[in-house]
Design a protein around this ligand. Structure first.
Ligand SMILES: [Fe+2]
Ligand SMILES: [Fe+2]
Length: 316
């Protein structure tokens, strides 16, 4: 029976399907080769070792594969580790419950995209509407599964769309309160991270294997501004709309040390930054507290300035 990684107990022998989220070939101190794996399911990750590998074994494991594993749960330097006894790749036609294996957004990609498209089609500004419809149509396939990050917030299948979905929900409410231009805010939300689609390499399971060269050297703010330039050129969008959206992309990380060469210079850009922060931070807090017992603290969370997050004791 499939046991979730969250429920592993030291000393147990487990058997189940897990996803290879990272793999490295290493050499032990007595000169034997072993595979160092990070196995994952939707509940978490566990380090696993396969000892004494030869070239044939080594070549049969790939990043993003799902494998069947039997192993013993051990403790190594205070960390849970799986000592693999047997593994095999999936056999042709073998049924696997992907939803239990792959950490995914709680909503289906197609539903989130339909929600976003309905918001775009209700816009009043015809230029912004034309631009956003175009961007969605050229990026539709990747949008459906891309995560929003390699490690930080929304590093899950469909994470980018889920990030946009929640920003739209909170952005629409705040826009009404502050009487800001919704068309511009929606454009900022949909385009602020759009070039994450080219910044990271992700497979269809939402697993990121690394940053692209453009991602490393330029980052999604700069390449996003360049992409908007190209789209606006193709669609003959006015200069004012183009530079407003480009400014929103450029300033959404706010601080130069986080990649923004400019701070927000108008209200919609200021709001965009805060919508982004709210969603990223709440996500990280949710993630850190999900598996905590009420009344306890998490480990220090790097993306939250090493804060330890507390799970309040509240009636369900
Ligand atoms: Fe960003
Ligand atoms: Fe973002």
């Amino acid at each position: 029976m499939q046991i979730l990684i969250r429920d592993f107990i030291t000393g147990d022998r487990i058997e189940g399907y897990y996803l290879i989220k990272a793999l490295n070939l290493k050499t032990s101190s007595n000169n034997k080769k072993y595979l160092d794996l990070m196995l994952a399911d939707k509940s978490g990750e566990v380090n696993a070792k396969i000892w004494d590998v030869d070239q044939e074994i080594e070549q049969s494991y790939h990043l993003g594969d799902i494998i069947k594993v039997r192993g013993d749960v051990t403790l190594w330097m205070d960390q849970m580790q799986l000592k693999v006894i047997r593994t095999r790749p999936l056999e042709y036609g073998e049924e696997v419950d992907y939803d239990s294996l792959i950490p995914s957004a709680p909503m289906k990609g197609a539903d989130m995209l339909a929600f976003i498209e309905a918001k775009v089609s209700a816009l009043e500004d015809i230029e912004i509407k034309r631009l956003l419809e175009h961007v969605i149509s050229v990026n539709r396939e990747k949008l459906l599964y891309y995560p929003a990050a390699m490690r930080n917030h929304h590093a899950i299948r469909g994470g980018l769309l889920y990030h946009l979905y929640r920003m739209i929900e909170s952005g629409e409410a705040l826009c009404k309160i502050y009487q800001l231009n919704w068309d511009l805010v929606l454009a900022g939300i949909l385009l602020h991270d759009i070039d994450k689609l080219n910044e990271m390499e992700s497979n269809e399971l939402g697993i990121v294997s690394g940053y692209t060269t453009d991602g490393q050297l330029l980052g999604h703010l700069v390449t996003g501004v360049v992409a908007v330039d190209r789209w606006c050129e193709e669609l003959s969008i006015s200069h004012e709309i183009r530079r407003l959206i480009q400014h929103m992309i450029l300033s959404h990380h706010y601080e130069p040390e986080y990649g923004s060469p400019k701070k927000p210079h108008f209200a919609e850009a200021e709001l965009l930054h805060h919508l982004d922060m709210i969603d990223a931070r709440i996500y990280d807090i949710e993630k850190a507290t999900n598996d905590l017992k009420p009344g306890t603290f998490s480990e220090p969370i790097f993306s939250l300035e090493r804060r330890r997050v507390y799970r309040p004791i509240l009636e369900e």
